[in-house]
Write a protein that binds this ligand. Structure first.
Ligand SMILES: *Cc1c(COP(=O)(O)O)cnc(C)c1O
Length: 425
């Protein structure tokens, strides 16, 4: 397979392509196909953008008929029937049944755009500049969002100081011995802690890029209370953990909290189309017209597939049950891999369909990813040292497909562990 044009002509900034150096041509459901027609099981799924798989027939049909009827493609922020349908479905099938009251801001169509808007709004509404974010958090790579991102690999590329954010330890950062919510509360209340009273706290309930660290419900409730009692806004960045990935539409539902602001993107369109929104508690919607904008904030193709996605998957609880079943299957498969490895070597991470296995180092995790690729499976790593092998397969995956994926993963781990030991002896 010839990849010369990518090697010679595309910027060195490419990353995922380095792990899977083939040319992909088609995709359907949980599978990608290269130009030789070879099939790969996709456990990366657009880094969580393809929760409903590739080219889902119902979503594809909705998009094709929208185009066929000369439906609007680009609409800035004009009222369109596609946007109307999306808003109606979001309100009646997602927000109302969950007792959530938000207005919707359409931003430029990437996650980092939504995060920028959320931080900007929080600062303007409160008149404070500081934002609290957490160790290993990832919120995007534009300057404001990157200031709230922990990863030094990304931060070092900024070229200018990243300011306006205080980073504090996430749940479990120091193991079970330290209650990091209590520490957070103490630091906010101590006038000499050096932490400026924040406009907002931004948090992922499960840190996707940061290594599948899952916050406990209790910890999230503590953070929510700390915010409430002190007039600090709570922003949940649900860009990766949302849209069903952890088992419920919003990842914060099991904790029973109602964030002030929620950022959504990745799987929101359902079809892999660029799309991002900020959900805002109505009293906080103090934007002046056009104060924040973005040429591509009216991606009507994404509105069309997003509206259809909500209707198809979220109008009753069948899909949620399916995710629960697959999540349990994933967990028991991964637990078996951990059990079969030398005691203490591997650790299960994450929750829902956002689980993975932590290796002792990034080298081992990337060897596992390579061994899986040799078995025609696409799977990536995350975490501060890229040490976590991360299962992000489409949520629509069948029992048999998931079982195949877990089997491949088990073989990949076996191979890498065996190699490690043969080298050691
Ligand atoms: C991917 C991601 C972002 C950034 O989204 P982009 O579309 O890459 O800008 C922000 N927050 C979280 C939690 C993410 O997973």
């Amino acid at each position: 397979m010839n990849t010369d044009i990518f090697d010679e002509f595309e910027s060195e900034v490419q990353s995922y392509a380095r792990s899977f150096p083939v040319v992909f041509e088609r995709a359907e459901g949980c599978y990608l196909y290269d130009t030789d027609g070879k099939q790969y099981l996709d456990f990366l799924a657009g880094a969580g953008t393809l929760n409903y798989g590739h080219n889902h027939p119902v979503l594809k049909k909705a998009l094709l008929s929208h185009i066929e009827e000369n439906g609007i493609t680009h609409g800035l922020d004009l009222h369109t029937s596609a946007k109307q349908k999306f808003l109606e479905n979001l309100q009646s099938l997602i927000l109302e049944p969950r007792g959530l009251n938000y207005v919707v801001q359409f931003t430029g169509p990437t996650g980092t755009n939504a995060v920028e808007a959320a931080l900007k709004l929080a600062r303007n509404v409160t008149g404070r500049h500081n934002i609290i974010s957490f160790t290993n958090g990832f919120h995007g790579v534009s300057l404001g969002a990157m200031a709230a991102t922990g990863n030094s690999h990304h931060r070092e590329a900024s070229g200018i100081p990243l300011t306006g954010v205080t980073t504090v330890p996430f749940d479990g950062y120091m193991g079970d011995s330290l209650d990091t919510a209590a520490l957070l509360e103490q630091m906010i209340d101590d006038p000499s802690s050096g932490v400026d009273h924040p406009a907002a706290i931004i948090v992922e309930t499960v840190q996707g890029e940061g290594g599948l660290n899952a916050a406990s419900e209790k910890w999230l409730q503590q953070v929510d209370r700390i915010c409430h009692e002190r007039d600090i806004l709570l922003i949940v960045d649900d860009i990766q953990a949302g849209c069903g990935r952890t088992g419920t539409f919003f990842s914060f539902e099991p904790a029973g909290i109602k964030p002030d602001i929620v950022t959504m993107s990745k799987s929101l369109s359902g079809f892999g189309l660029p799309f991002a929104v900020v959900l805002i508690r109505p009293e906080l919607d103090q934007w002046k017209p056009g104060e924040h904008n973005g040429t591509f904030r009216g991606n009507n193709h994404a509105f069309t597939t997003a509206a259809q996605t909500i209707e198809t998957f979220w109008s009753d609880d069948r899909f949620q049950q399916h995710i629960g079943e697959r999540a349990r299957q994933m967990q028991s498969g991964l637990e078996k891999i951990v059990r079969n490895a030398p005691q203490g070597m591997l650790k299960l991470k994450g929750r829902g369909m956002m689980q993975g296995i932590e290796c002792p180092d990034g080298e081992m995790a990337s060897a596992v990813s390579r061994a899986a690729f040799a078995r025609d499976m696409i799977i990536e790593t995350s975490g501060s040292e890229d040490q976590v092998v991360k299962c992000l397969c489409p949520l629509i995956i069948s029992e048999a497909e998931l079982s195949t994926g877990l089997q491949i993963l088990a073989e990949a781990f076996n191979e890498v562990i065996a190699r490690k030991y043969s080298k050691a002896s």
